[in-house]
Design a protein. Structure first.
Length: 338
């Protein structure tokens, strides 16, 4: 009871919970690490694995026995990350292409997502983990090849399409036997910044076409969308043995933070947690598949967290339906059964 209250105080204070102080304290009471070997023989895709948090997930996943598909948009960076892991951890890295698999895809380009998913599905019939980690903060409104606002495409549309196209491979994890069995996990890497944003529901506001684009606000809006979409996906695929979560990493020292928020990085630098601490909960979710205690599936530092503050209203069901309908239309996927 006491630790739960203390944990909630850390969470609401932001500065205590989100920084390195959060995991330093919570480590004393949070749930146990995943069992050694719990991802043995399992395939896990991490998007945006060429930097920051995604890169920091690779070694912990390997340690748990996973084959890690290291996905980035830049092939040279993917090769660099894999090379660095191989040099630093020759005991974990196996033969080339065996447990560290290079994957190249621009997650914000829906045509590239379609092509890459078809390729992966042919190579990997059973997929156990899909971590939608790739992220951007775009200072001025930019459109992708398909005419979608960039942050929306990278955080929402691309991952949604990827989840839909890889759904058969994820569902296959529930039916498989031995180490291949046990169900699959999809994790959306959101941000605590999503608390500052409500859900947009019309095409023009979802795409930020009203001429008031702001990179930080646009980022927060799409991070709210990720949390809502993860809940929708959870309900949609739970019966197929696929657990879906969203999570946020707190404030972690990564190239993304120092490049996109240099002022914040300068002020908060000494207090930022390291990338491994920011990546911890995503890896833990993939390896342990915990049951969420309520109807939301948003986690941070190994505990489920509220998706709204007490003063905020949850998005109404009609708003969620309108948002999801737009995502389905933009990605050419079927309407969700909800
Ligand atoms: N660090 C934090 O404190 C913090 C806080 C809240 C949320 N997050 C979230 O955590 C995730 C990782 O952030 P980070 O801090 O580790 O940032 P980062 O260091 O900038 O890493 C972002 C990764 O995403 C990749 N990426 C960007 N656009 C892509 C695309 N279109 N297709 C494929 N990959 C793409 C980047 O590839 P390139 O190397 O090619 O650019 C990079 O590997 C993001 O979703 C972010 O919103 C981070």
């Amino acid at each position: 009871m006491l630790t739960r209250a203390l944990d909630a105080v850390l969470d609401r204070s932001l500065i205590l919970g989100y920084t390195r102080i959060g995991p330093a304290l919570r480590r004393r009471w949070w749930p146990a690490d995943a069992a050694p070997g719990s991802l043995e023989g399992r395939h896990v895709v991490v998007t945006g694995a060429t930097s920051g948090l995604g890169e920091a997930m690779v070694v912990p996943l390997l340690r748990l026995g996973a084959t890690v598909h290291v996905l980035g948009r830049n092939p040279a960076k993917v090769a660099d990350v894999i090379g660095a892991v191989r040099r630093a951890h020759p005991d974990l890295a196996g033969e080339p292409g065996q447990v560290l698999v290079p994957e190249v895809c621009d997650v914000g380009d829906l045509d590239a997502v379609r092509a890459w998913c078809a390729d992966l599905a042919a190579r990997v019939p059973v997929l156990h983990g899909l971590v939608h980690n790739a992220g951007v903060m775009v200072p001025t409104r930019t459109e992708t090849a398909q005419g979608h606002e960039q942050a929306l495409a990278v955080h929402v549309l691309g991952p949604h399409l990827m989840t839909e196209l890889l759904r058969p491979q994820l569902a296959a994890a529930a039916g498989a036997s031995g180490p291949q069995g046990g169900g699959a996990v999809v994790v959306w890497m959101s941000s605590g910044g999503m608390y500052s944003a409500g859900l947009r529901t019309t095409p023009d506001t979802i795409e930020y076409r009203d001429g008031t684009y702001d990179g930080v606000r646009g980022y927060a809006r799409t991070k709210r969308m990720q949390v809502v979409l993860a809940d929708v996906w959870h309900d949609r695929v739970a019966a197929e043995g696929i657990a879906v979560y969203s999570t946020h990493p707190g404030w972690a020292a990564t190239p993304g933070v120092s490049d996109s928020l240099p002022g914040f990085d300068k002020v908060m630098g000494p207090l930022l947690r390291d990338a491994a601490s920011g990546a911890d909960t995503a890896v833990w979710l993939v390896a342990t598949r915990p049951a969420s205690p309520g109807r939301h599936h948003f986690w941070h530092d190994r505990a489920a967290r509220p998706t709204t503050y007490p003063v905020q209203r949850e998005p109404a069901a009609a708003a969620v339906a309108a948002f999801v309908a737009y995502v389905e239309e933009a990605t050419g996927t079927r309407a969700p059964a909800r």
